[in-house]
Design a protein around this ligand. Structure first.
Ligand SMILES: [Zn+2]
Ligand SMILES: [Zn+2]
Ligand SMILES: [Zn+2]
Length: 345
């Protein structure tokens, strides 16, 4: 009975995801169903309406979410070509694929290939949420829960949102007939669960909005959980959603930029306190639709973009009204002293 295994003649009892029957140019259903099944487990673990989310729930939610992401992204990749799920498609063989005997590509590589080869658009936020999830998964697997549970939960929620969108836009339309019906039916409890999870988060955020009333001019997006619940103080801040806290202006500025995919080179000299802690494009809760202020994480000085100008001498940012001459070469006081030594005293 097992003797037919190696000939790849299409017995239909092969391992998922390579379980595509030879020659059929159709998306295989098992990986999609498998992915939906993982998602169902994720929402069961995260649904606060059922029971409080314990660290153990969170652990399995993250592990299964990562599994769902892998399975679903690769299911879409299979639709392009079976060799694309190999780590190295150049060395892919049909024999290895049929026997499921190969090293498959990472989630990150799957996203890149879907973008480059299948022309699928991913938002930056989505790919960032996926890599954050992969980090959480590794940390959980090796060290247990080291981050704030709420931050992990909030990040998991983002990937869940993304995978629901991906399923609806990129996978379900490729299915037909009974496959599609089954998938749609399997999705119902998942969608319900997701609503419970997001309504829980929304309720929490609404409650926090009341608690943080009056502090909107000091409230910005938390680098850890990405909620608008980080209240800054000189040289640090505390997130009221996930509990993350910072007590040095370097680390909070660095983390803030890192969460946006930028580096510490973006940190500039603050005109008010002379510390390297000024960051551009910081959005506050009192002006959520603005392009973002220049904010100093050391002294909490806050400027709008038009308020500061680059010094023509040293290029540091300086308040525009300090340019007394109103000339074409605005200079900071230091550079002004150096270029006009006779005027000192
Ligand atoms: Zn937070
Ligand atoms: Zn400052
Ligand atoms: Zn200067």
């Amino acid at each position: 009975m097992d003797g037919e295994q190696s000939d790849g003649a299409g017995e239909g009892r092969r391992f998922v995801p390579p379980g595509r029957r030879s020659g059929l140019p159709q998306l295989d259903f098992p990986p999609v169903r498998n992915g939906i099944d993982y998602l169902a487990s994720v929402v069961e673990h995260l649904d606060e309406e059922e029971s409080a989310v314990e660290p153990r729930d969170l652990k399995y939610a993250v592990l299964h979410l990562q599994a769902a992401a892998e399975v679903l992204l690769k299911a879409r990749l299979l639709r392009e070509h079976w060799s694309l799920v190999f780590k190295d498609p150049g060395r892919a063989t049909r024999k290895d694929f049929d026997s499921a005997d190969f090293e498959s590509c990472s989630t990150g590589a799957a996203v890149e290939r879907l973008r480059d080869i299948a022309g699928i658009d991913f938002e930056k936020k989505e790919t960032e949420a996926l890599s954050a999830l992969a980090k959480d998964r590794n940390a959980l697997q090796h060290y247990g829960l080291t981050h704030s549970a709420h931050a992990v939960e909030a990040r998991a929620g983002k990937v869940l949102d993304f995978l629901m969108r991906f399923l609806e836009e990129e996978l379900l339309p490729l299915l037909s007939g009974p496959e599609r019906e089954t998938a749609a039916r399997d999705m119902v409890p998942v969608s319900d669960g997701v609503r419970n999870i997001s309504s829980f988060v929304t309720r929490r955020l609404n409650r926090l909005r009341g608690e943080l009333k009056g502090q909107e001019s000091l409230t910005l997006q938390c680098p850890d959980c990405e909620q608008m619940t980080l209240v800054v103080v000189p040289g640090g801040g505390l997130c009221h959603f996930c509990g993350a806290s910072w007590s040095s202006d370097e680390s909070i500025a660095f983390d803030y930029l890192e969460a946006r995919g930028e580096t510490e080179e973006q940190i500039q000299l603050c005109p008010q306190c002379d510390d390297y802690a000024l960051v551009e494009g910081v959005v506050f809760a009192d002006d959520p639709n603005a392009a973002g202020a220049l904010y100093c994480f050391a002294c909490t000085a806050r400027y709008t973009v038009g308020e500061l100008i680059s010094c023509a001498g040293c290029s540091r940012l300086w308040p525009i009204e300090a340019d007394e001459d109103g000339g074409a070469d605005p200079l900071c006081p230091e550079c002004r002293e150096q270029t006009q030594p006779e005027s000192i005293g």
